[in-house]
Write a protein that binds this ligand. Structure first.
Ligand SMILES: [Zn+2]
Length: 66
């Protein structure tokens, strides 16, 4: 297993990604292919969840309006 190469498009660190969860369902999120968004997985079933959160300047915007 080789996991040493980090794609140029990765906008947030793997360490940060590992601790981030969907604020609504508390399930894991994954980085989008272009690295500009965080996406919920199929495990997130909260109907109010937008299923994707933008990343701005390396900071995930995971606030959800009530
Ligand atoms: Zn979610």
């Amino acid at each position: 297993m080789s996991d040493t190469q980090t794609p140029q498009t990765q906008s947030i660190s793997k360490e940060l990604l590992d601790i981030l969860v969907c604020p609504l369902s508390k399930t894991k999120v994954v980085l989008s292919e272009d690295g500009t968004k965080l996406l919920c997985t199929d495990e997130c079933t909260d109907p109010k969840c937008p299923k994707q959160y933008p990343i701005e300047n390396g900071i995930p915007k995971m606030l959800v309006e009530d």
